[in-house]
Write a protein that binds this ligand. Structure first.
Ligand SMILES: [Mg+2]
Length: 343
């Protein structure tokens, strides 16, 4: 703990030197900067430490990839869950808060072609939280850990103004199975697992099953060129992959597998909201996989892996970052992401 009840520092004052000076105006807020530029800025300040010889992949993919042994690389990532940002306490059972916190991290490891091994969990709780609530959160964490064969080996507990569950995860991946976001090439085909959209409305954002089995099947049987898990929404995540691979995706609206929960109910006046396919493209937290395989391997992608559908949704059509959508009317338009933004 670093701050007392009145917000006064207790023991460890921050050092005043050694940090790279910030060149931009200090009055600008992170909201004005935006999440993407904030990460770019932090990345620049990290300096040469982030490029050590043991680092195969640093910031910018689902996990970092670290050199470990000749047979295995380490995958290393963290992901934080914050009350009223990622869940509302009155709408999600505490057990599912625990599940979601760990499952998001497992999903990131799966998207690299790896297997989750160890995690540490830091829990922030308001002082008035019931012990039962904390027990239930841990029950969800254990359940997810058991399901995916990983060990929770430590962590921290702190007082916090809202519930926070922060997980850091270690996984392993055989070098031959490692898949990054940056490997998509012109001519490749794009697939997605499961059905998309309506994850928040249906509660699936907390109860989802990370696609470890599906990712493992794909990397063991095919040469997968690129893969990532869908956390910000298909449109937004495809943009990230297109930037990493420097290619343009062309996605067919008619082929996107739409979840039943993405179909918006009529409002009290009987009006429909956005189309279901809009939700499938823009809603976040599906935690499905999007994967890109060479055209010659596309017919070897099964329609189902372990009861989860795998659907071809488009192609890589050109060099240079971009995402296009072929509408049901056949017209091609640029696909502009409208997914969840933190800032
Ligand atoms: Mg991810």
């Amino acid at each position: 703990m670093c701050y007392g009840q009145q917000g006064l520092p207790l023991r460890h004052p921050l050092p005043t030197t050694r940090y790279a000076p910030l060149s931009m105006s200090s009055t600008r807020t992170v909201a004005q900067l935006g999440e993407v530029r904030l990460i770019q800025r932090l990345r620049k300040q990290l300096g040469p430490g982030a490029k050590a010889s043991s680092v195969l992949v640093g910031i910018g993919d689902d996990t970092a990839v670290l050199r470990w042994t000749a047979k295995e690389h380490l995958l290393f990532a963290s992901d934080m869950l914050v009350e009223n940002v990622h869940f509302r306490r009155e709408r999600v059972r505490p057990r599912w808060i625990g599940w979601k916190a760990l499952a998001r991290n497992v999903s990131d490891v799966a998207a690299m072609g790896g297997l989750p091994r160890h995690a540490v969990v830091s829990l922030g709780l308001p002082p008035h939280t019931s012990v039962r609530f904390a027990d239930e959160v841990y029950a969800g964490l254990w359940r997810c850990a058991r399901r995916f064969g990983l060990a929770i080996v430590g962590g921290d507990t702190v007082r916090a103004p809202v519930v926070v569950v922060d997980v850091a995860i270690l996984g392993t991946v055989r070098p031959a199975h490692l898949v990054l976001r940056s490997g998509a090439r012109v001519g490749d085909e794009v697939f997605v697992t499961g059905r998309l959209g309506g994850s928040l409305a249906s509660g699936r954002h907390a109860t989802f099953m990370p696609r470890v089995q599906q990712a493992q099947w794909l990397v063991r049987h095919l040469k997968v060129h690129a893969m990532m898990d869908l956390s910000d929404g298909l449109a937004s995540d495809l943009w990230q992959m297109s930037r990493a691979s420097r290619v343009t995706f062309r996605i067919r609206a008619a082929d996107i597998p739409v979840s039943r929960a993405a179909c918006p109910p009529r409002d009290s006046r009987g009006r429909r909201g956005r189309q279901a396919v809009w939700h499938a493209l823009m809603d976040g937290e599906d935690f499905e996989l999007v994967c890109v395989v060479p055209a010659r391997a596309a017919n070897r992608v099964p329609r189902m892996i372990g009861r989860v559908p795998v659907t071809a949704i488009g192609d890589v059509v050109a060099r240079g970052a971009g995402v296009e959508l072929v509408g049901t009317d056949g017209r091609i338009r640029p696909l502009i992401p409208e997914g969840f933004k933190h800032f």
